[in-house]
Design a protein around this ligand. Structure first.
Ligand SMILES: NC(=O)c1ccc[n+]([C@@H]2O[C@H](COP(=O)([O-])OP(=O)(O)OC[C@H]3O[C@@H](n4cnc5c(N)ncnc54)[C@H](OP(=O)(O)O)[C@@H]3O)[C@@H](O)[C@H]2O)c1
Length: 271
């Protein structure tokens, strides 16, 4: 089971999108609390967020600050900043997201919904890395993980806004990797395929060998932080990603990606 060094990234980590018990964010938070990290947990989902915070406090005896925050509010930093002003966040895991119901095409989706997705999935990621990453660069150590997606590799039909947002996150992480790694801050974009973080049945249309467990994903991400800029976790995911990006003509890759990602009408999940 991979861990991350407390002395390098600790004593405080911040994780966004962490309120659901089956979710990837909570998987990260559980592992970090088990290692002795104190945690800032940030989510819009208030009641569940406070339940997760209490679980981690009582199970691991660490300090946990739960921050209710709509990361899609362009001004969210005005309320988040004072709540973590006295906390030296050394590891940021940006993981929250939204995606539309019902697999609309790019043009069918309401323009306001596009803008909301950009605010939550793109703008907030930049705000978070700018704020916390800036502080890490000043102190000369830290780590940043952005949970992107294998959907970042190509624009699958009926997943256009999501895959575009995820490509934004991946490219942001890649640029940061070059820029702040020399300052002592490790950066990693994680591009999962299907992960078992969904409600029961949501991934039934995927072959079982393609679906990764949350704990496995966390182990692989922690093992890769500081070693590489981008991780496609899991052999199957990495092989499919490699084939789609390196071997296939783009049009063939787009067709394959549409089939594998469930990016067709009526088939959701595994994003
Ligand atoms: N599961 C997969 O198969 C898979 C595959 C590839 C990539 N990923 C990525 O992995 C990450 C975590 O996914 P997950 O499956 O673990 O989903 P999840 O548990 O639903 O995590 C997302 C969390 O973000 C919260 N959130 C949504 N909008 C927010 C906002 N405006 N401000 C603050 N928090 C907000 C959600 O709250 P609400 O529940 O209230 O919306 C939810 O608690 C995402 O970035 C996703 O794109 C997942």
């Amino acid at each position: 089971m991979s861990t991350v060094p407390l002395e390098k990234y600790g004593p405080w980590a911040a994780v966004t999108g962490v309120a659901r018990p089956e979710g990837i964010g909570y998987g990260y938070a559980r592992r970090l609390a088990g290692q002795g990290f104190n945690l800032v947990l940030i989510d819009i989902c208030t009641d569940e967020l406070h339940e997760r915070a209490e679980e981690l406090r009582s199970a691991h005896g660490v300090e946990v600050k739960a921050v209710d925050c709509d990361l899609g509010d362009p001004d969210f930093l005005d309320s988040l900043r004072p709540q973590t002003a006295e906390i030296d966040v050394g590891l940021l895991i940006a993981n929250h997201y939204i995606s539309p119901e019902g697999s609309p095409s790019v043009l069918e989706m309401d323009l306001a919904a596009h803008h909301r997705m950009l605010d939550v999935n793109a703008r907030a990621y930049t705000t978070l890395v700018h704020h916390y990453g800036g502080r890490m660069a000043e102190r000369g150590r830290g780590g940043i993980i952005l949970t992107s997606s294998a959907a970042a590799l190509l624009g699958a039909p009926y997943m256009g806004p999501y895959s575009a947002n995820k490509a934004y996150q991946r490219n942001l992480a890649e640029a940061l990797w070059s820029e702040i790694r020399p300052l002592g801050v490790d950066v990693l974009a994680v591009l999962p395929g299907a992960v078992n973080s969904q409600p029961e049945g949501a991934l039934d249309h995927y072959p079982k060998w393609l679906v990764m467990e949350v704990d496995d994903l966390v182990s692989r991400a922690f093992g890769a932080l500081g070693r590489k800029p981008v991780l496609l976790p899991g052999l199957a995911n990495a092989a499919i990603g490699g084939i789609m990006v390196r071997l296939l003509p783009r049009s063939a890759a787009l067709k394959l990606g549409a089939r594998l990602s469930g990016g067709t009408r009526g088939a959701r999940g595994g994003q």
